[in-house]
Design a protein around this ligand. Structure first.
Ligand code: GLN
Length: 453
């Protein structure tokens, strides 16, 4: 098998699925084939696991010479002149970028329905959403288009779609992976991660992606282990905390039942389970939406019709350029966040909203730190439900925001967290089990998730 064969068959599979899934915004056939030809000519070293492997990137990860839109009209003709650090590293390892995946506009959403490029469909049931915002990456992996796809997770955008698609998706510790070249949403929450069907397949990708980068001052100097070493280690004596709040009101019964079954399996393998409380969980959603929207309102100022992408036509003066470009270029969810964030940061309301939410964030962080002092993992469901019908929640943003209740806290605390496939409900829809570990302890997630799988 040559790299060219692999890229050709991947492209054929993507083409076959796309009319039903719409998982990609842009495919990258020509450049991918050229990269594969070069690899074949140079010869693939036998010890390089990743060389020649076709992968896909969420479309908020900038790729040199390959259109990068963040699923927004305002960037729909943006052709970056540089690669994100993770793209640079993964390409140096020999992986091949076959395309850019669909997502919620600027990663704001939980269903991939806020994309300017139409929603992605869930491969398990085409009438349902794939989750979001990394819904295109999740669907592409679940459908077998690519072995691995990359996404970003600000409040659950890797884990929730992974749960909805029955795949493994990991959000690393804040600072583990450079954010350089990720189109910023909430910079103090954003983290890039990897999605694969099998747990063991994610490990070598994370090893390559991780590590300090001078271009991201929040990236950590910590040494990066070879994450593959944790795959298949036993979990005897592993201390697992199960928070009551993760099984409370608003969590669907079929999800609870399936995850409880999963926890039993972990116990059968020697894990020790404690029931614990994360008392500030109920404030996570409102605090997150104030903080992440505030950061977004600041980060999205740069889209002004001057520097990047789309610019409104027939404008009369500079104010008109700004106002019309942003009015026409952003979709309704992005505008809602910008307004919410601008309001929360404005002088008269800053203390009441932004500052209050920042304090709640500290309390949530302390809840996690306390429990993780005495436990190796926190385990519960990833999402409160299974994939819902396309269109079912578009008119109701608050209902959609509540779907992040179980994922947001890990971003608030900066700790690593993953969704691991935990079987299916009676209707055949996938359920995800979430595993949350101490800062920089992704290894324990790989250990437990591979034992569980
Ligand atoms: N659903 C959350 C939001 O809309 C999380 C998004 C994300 O993680 N990018 O903000």
């Amino acid at each position: 098998l040559t790299a060219v064969d692999l890229v050709k068959s991947t492209m054929a599979t993507i083409d076959e699925h796309e009319s039903q899934l719409n998982a990609f915004i842009t495919t990258n056939q020509k450049k991918a084939l050229a990269a594969a030809e070069k690899l074949d000519a140079e010869g693939i070293p036998a010890d390089n696991l990743l060389a020649g492997i076709p992968v896909a990137y969420k479309d908020n990860i900038v790729t040199k010479g390959v259109r990068t839109t963040a699923a927004s009209h305002i960037l729909d003709n943006f052709n970056p002149v540089y690669d994100a650090t993770i793209v640079e590293k993964l390409e140096a390892a020999g992986t091949i970028n076959v395309g850019k995946t669909n997502m919620d506009e600027f990663a704001m959403g939980s269903s991939t329905e806020s994309s300017y490029f139409k929603p992605t469909h869930n491969p398990w049931d085409l009438s349902r959403v794939p989750g979001g915002s990394s819904g295109g990456s999740a669907a592409a992996v679940a459908a077998g288009d690519v072995l691995a796809a990359f996404g970003s997770d600000t409040g659950g955008s890797i884990r929730q779609p992974s749960a909805y698609n029955g795949i493994f998706g990991l959000k690393p510790t804040y600072g583990r992976v450079s954010r350089w070249g990720l189109i910023a949403f909430g910079s103090s929450f954003d983290q890039l991660g990897v999605m694969t069907r099998r747990v063991k397949d994610a490990a070598p990708f994370l090893t390559v992606m991780s590590g300090h980068d001078g271009k991201d001052s929040t990236s950590s100097q910590r040494p990066v282990p070879d994450f593959s070493q944790f795959i298949g280690q036993d979990i005897k004596g592993l201390k697992i905390a199960v928070p009551d709040e993760f099984f409370g009101q608003g969590i669907a019964d079929d999800v609870k039942a399936q995850v409880e079954k999963g926890i039993k399996q972990l116990v059968e393998q020697g894990a020790i389970v404690d029931h614990v409380q994360l008392p500030h969980t109920k404030y996570a959603v409102p605090a997150y939406y104030v903080l992440a929207s505030s950061e977004a309102s600041s980060n999205l100022q740069r889209f002004d019709g001057i520097r990047y992408g789309f610019r409104a036509e027939d404008v009369k003066n500079l104010t008109d350029v700004y106002v019309r470009t942003r009015s026409e270029g952003f979709g309704p969810e992005v505008k809602r966040r910008i307004m919410l964030g601008t309001f929360a940061l404005s002088s008269g309301y800053y203390d009441a909203y932004f500052n209050k939410a920042a304090k709640v964030r500290t309390l949530i962080k302390q809840d996690f730190e306390e429990i993780l002092k005495t436990h190796d993992l926190i385990v519960g469901p990833t999402a409160p439900d299974t994939p819902f019908l396309i269109g079912a929640n578009v008119a109701d943003p608050i209902t959609l925001y509540m779907k992040d209740i179980l994922t947001i806290s890990a971003n608030m605390a900066g700790v690593p967290a993953a969704s691991v496939p935990a079987g299916f409900n009676a209707a055949g829809l996938p359920v995800g089990m979430q595993m949350i570990a101490k800062r920089f302890d992704e290894g324990t997630i790989f250990r437990a998730a591979s034992a569980f799988e």
